[in-house]
Write a protein that binds this ligand. Structure first.
Ligand code: GTP
Ligand code: MG
Length: 473
């Protein structure tokens, strides 16, 4: 896909569907000229001469009639128009926004006309891509635009905003600058090996490299919370039939979303709902109760339950606290041994529930296991359940706005690659290898960090990042 920077792009910037207001955005060299042909300002002045970034009342007119500007051109809507001349705009180019009524047909009509007049329909994320290419945002900030749009909880929004303001970029750039300084010393030492000058001592080098690794380790660690608040937790509610899985879903949602009956095997399909649990966006999946069955419909439901289980970040394994643990319960606990497992002992309103000791022989390996006691019927224990879910994934002292947080797998991979390269550099220092070896890995680390902010980038990376955006962003 060729995404030249010298043409003028346009797109509807507001979501599809009907709304009070809809916005069409234009960016590029000819943005003002193109827009001027369908915009007739009420104040009669030229679109070029309006106050930058101020709203102007205008009539939108049909292209066919536009040539006859003085005459009775047909008006299709009235609008507020704002002109943001380069470089003080989102993309850094001349930008015009046309705020008209939010009708899908009308907005499409406006875009069609702009295209007929020489603009091109923007690709997904192309406005933000231009902002990046014109140096208005770095790559991490551009990614934060999407995170801001997609944020589902206050924490997610706060982290996206921090990243958009440049908190992560500053930390990464600062570290990268220090490493570049270090590399310059090493390169000087390489260039002047004949002379007997020490540009940087082994000790100083070790100290600085170790310090940099520590910063990167902290950043990589922050990715656990970062990812959870950004992407949320995929949570499967599983268990034997009739233990109260659907009742738990309903209790957490505070609605009667799922059918609940006393008949085992009520839920056949997988139900998905989103809920905010202590600031974490959680995707809850209620599943069919797991048991041996000859019923083909139930059999399919169970296959889907197991698939959901396989994809979950967290498993809420519901147990009926009013009866002793069964062999099927134990099988399920064993099946979830490698996962983050929360044993939810339900129906405690009917009795004290099962003692935890029962589970000792089935202690999981790998993941974390916790137990809570609840009654989906009375709501007892649900607060404890919410607190426990948060504490399984978020450190108690975690504050999303305190320091730079890594929220994406892409950033985490770059951070880990940089840390690995620095560790190799450190090893070369310790083994008294020549400066070339130390410098080589140091360069690798500098490049890995540069990929986060886009100082080092490829079309491939840009393609992947901006294709996630929608048209108009
Ligand atoms: N006393 C009591 N009954 C409960 C509680 N939770 C669920 N039940 C009852 O248990 C029965 C089964 O509840 P469901 O929520 O349908 O159970 P399920 O695990 O979704 O069952 P399947 O969909 O068949 O696998 C219903 O009669 C509920 O009213 C609870 O906390 N206390
Ligand atoms: Mg159910």
């Amino acid at each position: 896909m060729s995404l030249a920077l010298n043409d003028t792009i346009c797109a509807v910037a507001t979501p599809p569907g009907q709304g009070g207001i809809g916005i069409v955005r234009l960016s590029g060299e000819k943005a003002i000229d193109v827009a001027a042909q369908i915009v007739r300002l009420r104040g009669k002045q030229d679109l070029k001469d309006v106050t930058p970034r101020g709203l102007c009342h205008a009539d939108l007119i049909e292209v066919a009639a536009a040539a006859d500007r003085a005459g009775s051109a047909r008006c299709i809507d009235d609008a507020l128009v704002v002109v943001m001349p380069s470089p003080h705009s989102y993309t850094g180019e001349d930008v015009v926004e046309i705020h008209c009524h939010g009708g899908p047909f009308l907005l499409e009509r406006v875009c069609e006309q702009l295209i007929a007049l020489g603009a091109r329909l923007a690709q997904p994320g192309e406005f933000t891509r231009r902002a990046f290419l014109n140096g208005k945002l770095d790559l991490a900030q551009a990614e934060a635009v999407l995170d801001t749009i997609r944020a589902k909880t206050a924490n997610g929004l706060r982290m996206a905003q921090e990243q958009l303001q440049g908190t992560l970029s500053k930390e990464i750039d600062g570290l990268r600058e220090r490493l570049i300084g270090l590399l310059a010393h090493l390169e000087a030492a390489i260039d002047f090996t004949e002379e007997d000058i020490t540009f940087v001592s082994g000790e100083a080098l070790t100290g600085q490299l170790e310090q940099a690794v520590a910063v990167l380790v902290r950043l990589a660690d922050s990715a656990t919370e970062g990812r959870i608040f950004r992407d949320g937790l995929t949570t499967a509610i599983i268990g034997r039939p009739n233990v109260g899985k659907s009742s738990l879903l309903n209790a957490l949602l505070r609605t009667d979303r799922a059918i609940v009956t006393a008949i085992p095997g009520t839920t056949r399909d997988v139900l998905e709902e989103a809920v905010n649990i202590r600031g974490i966006p959680v995707r809850l999946f209620d599943t069919a109760g797991l048991r041996e069955t000859d019923d083909p419909v139930e059999h399919e439901g169970i296959a889907r339950s197991l698939k959901t289980l396989g994809e979950a970040d967290l498993v809420l394994l519901v147990l009926d606290g009013s009866v002793p643990l069964t062999e099927e319960d134990r099988d399920l606990i064993r099946r979830c041994r490698e996962m983050n497992l929360l044993l939810v002992v339900n129906k405690i309103d009917l009795g004290p529930g099962l003692p935890v000791e029962l589970f000792d022989e089935d202690r999981p390996h790998g993941g974390t296991v916790r137990t809570v006691r609840i009654s989906a019927k009375t709501g007892a224990g649900l607060d404890d359940l919410r607190d426990t879910i948060r504490s399984m994934f978020v450190r108690p002292d975690f504050e999303p706005n305190e320091a730079a947080v890594v929220t994406t797998l892409r950033h985490r991979t770059c951070v880990l690659n940089a840390a690995d390269a620095l560790r190799r550099s450190l090893q070369s220092v310790q083994e008294h290898l020549s400066n070339e070896f130390i410098a080589m890995d140091l360069r690798g680390a500098i490049d890995a960090l540069g990929e986060i902010t886009g100082a080092v980038t490829t079309d491939d990376i840009l393609e992947r990042i901006f294709s996630e955006f929608c048209i108009g962003k």
